[in-house]
Design a protein around this ligand. Structure first.
Ligand SMILES: Cc1ncc(COP(=O)(O)O)c(C=O)c1O
Length: 369
C-alpha cells in the first residue's frame, strides 16, 4: 500500500493551539519576553516537581546546555566519551577546546561500556561525558566507581532521557550534571530548548550566571558566559506541554508494545531490551537489522522510504567518522568494533503520540516483509 503523507521517525507533539493563546496574551501584556521571566521561573519549578530533581536551569537548547555544563565544572584536557550519539555530544567538547577520547559501547545498550573506560584514561583525563542513548540508562554505578577512583567528573548527555526513572529515582540525578534537550523531536519539547540538572544550589547558580553572559548583577560579570537563556515563549509552551506529557508517554508506550510483539519472532531483527529502567520514556524505537533478515539495513531503510516511511539511521555515521574527529587515535574503527557494527545495523522506526493504527500496521507489515 502506498500512503500519501510521509510518516517520519517522529512528529513534534503540540497542544491544541487555543490552549496556547492565553499564555501568549500574558506575554503580550507583561512585555516580558525573556531573562528569567515568570513562565521561565514556573517551568523550572514544574520540571523539578515532575522529574523529581532538586535544581534545573533552563536553556535555549541542549547543545548550549552541554557546552555550559563543561564550563561550569571547569573541564579541560581530555574527556572520555561515546562515538555512538548525536554529533552535538562531541561538538560540545571541541567548543571548549577539550580533546574527545572515544571509547566503545556496550552491545546490550549501545551506551558507553564501563569496562573499556579505564584503558582510555591518561593523566590529562578530567571527565566522562556519557549519553543515555534512546533514553536507556548508562551503567551509572560502574561509571561513578571509575570516576571516584580517578577523580573524574561525570556529565550525562540526557537529551533522550526526559522522565526516565532508574534505581528508585530520576535517572537525571546521577553524575555531576545531566543535560536535557527539549528540541522539537524530543519526548518533551519547547520548540527548541534544553536544561541542566544540578545537584545543589551553588552549582545551579554558577550555571545561571554562565547562561546569562556571566552577569551576577547589573555591574558584575564573573565569567565569560554565553547567551543560553530560554525565552518566555518556549517556557510557556513547556508549561502547557507538561499537562499532556503523561498521555503522550502512554501513547508512545503502546506503539513500543505493538512493535515488540510484531517483531518478537522475526529472524534477523533485534529489538532492545526494555528492562533496564524502572520507568521508560519510549523516545525511540531502534531495531538492529542483522544477518538472517531478508535484506540489509540500508535496503530496508530504502524500502521504507519508497513507501514514504522516513525511518532514521540513528546513529550512523558514528561521530568518530566525521572529519573533525576521524584523525584522533581513539576514532579508529578497530577501537570501536561494537559501535561500528551497530552503526551499520541500526534503524529507528516511527514512534510518536498520534501515530495511527493504520500507519503502524503499514510500518510493521513492511518490516515483516
Ligand atoms: C544525544 C543528543 N545530544 C545532544 C543533542 C542536542 O540537543 P539540541 O538539539 O537541543 O541542541 C541531541 C539532539 O538534538 C541529542 O540527540
Amino acid at each position: 500500500m502506498h500512503i500519501k503523507n510521509p510518516i517520519y521517525v517522529t512528529q513534534p507533539h503540540l497542544p491544541p493551539l487555543e490552549e496556547f493563546i492565553p499564555y501568549l496574551q500574558q506575554i503580550w501584556e507583561s512585555k516580558c519576553l525573556t531573562n528569567n521571566g515568570p513562565f521561565h521561573q514556573q517551568l523550572e519549578q514544574a520540571l523539578c516537581n515532575y522529574l523529581s530533581v532538586k535544581h534545573i536551569s533552563l536553556f535555549t537548547n541542549g547543545t548550549i546546555g552541554l557546552v555550559t555544563a563543561l564550563q561550569a565544572l571547569r573541564i579541560t584536557g581530555e574527556v572520555i566519551t561515546t562515538p555512538y550519539s548525536f554529533v552535538a555530544t562531541a561538538h560540545s567538547l571541541l567548543w571548549n577546546g577539550i580533546k574527545p577520547v572515544f571509547v566503545d559501547v556496550d552491545p546490550d545498550t549501545l551506551n558507553l561500556d564501563p569496562s573499556k573506560i579505564e584503558a582510555a584514561i591518561t593523566p590529562s583525563t578530567t571527565a566522562i561525558l556519557a549519553v543515555h542513548v534512546y533514553g536507556h540508562p548508562c551503567d551509572v554505578d560502574a561509571i561513578q566507581k571509575i570516576a571516584d577512583i580517578y577523580n573524574l567528573k561525570v556529565i550525562y548527555d540526557a537529551a533522550h532521557a526526559f522522565g526516565v526513572r532508574y534505581h528508585d529515582g530520576s535517572l537525571l540525578s546521577h553524575g555531576d550534571l545531566s543535560v536535557l534537550s527539549f528540541h522539537a523531536t524530543k519526548v518533551f519539547n519547547t520548540f527548541e530548548g534544553g536544561a541542566i540538572v544540578s545537584p545543589d544550589a551553588k552549582t545551579k547558580q554558577r550555571i545561571d550566571h554562565l547562561k546569562n553572559f556571566g552577569f551576577v548583577d547589573e555591574v558584575t560579570v564573573v565569567a565569560p558566559g554565553i547567551n543560553g537563556k530560554m525565552s518566555e515563549f518556549s517556557a510557556a509552551l513547556g508549561l502547557l506541554q507538561l499537562k499532556g506529557i503523561d498521555s503522550a508517554l502512554q501513547q508512545r508506550r503502546a506503539v513500543d508494545a505493538r512493535y515488540r510483539k510484531a517483531f518478537a519472532n522475526l529472524k534477523g531483527i533485534r529489538c532492545f531490551s526494555a528492562v533496564h529502567e524502572d520507568v521508560a520514556n519510549y523516545a525511540y524505537f531502534p531495531i538492529l537489522v542483522q544477518s538472517g533478515y531478508a535484506m540489509n539495513r540500508d535496503e530496508l531503510y530504502q524500502k521504507l522510504r519508497e513507501h514514504d516511511i522516513i525511518a532514521r539511521r540513528y546513529f550512523y555515521p558514528l561521530i568518530s567518522d566525521f572529519p573533525m574527529y576521524r584523525g584522533l587515535p581513539s576514532a579508529a574503527q578497530s577501537n570501536l568494533p561494537v559501535a561500528s557494527q551497530a552503526a551499520k545495523e541500526v534503524l529507528c522506526l516511527p514512534i510518536y503520540p498520534g501515530l495511527t493504527e493504520e500507519q503502524l500496521d503499514t510500518v510493521i507489515s513492511l518490516v515483516k516483509g
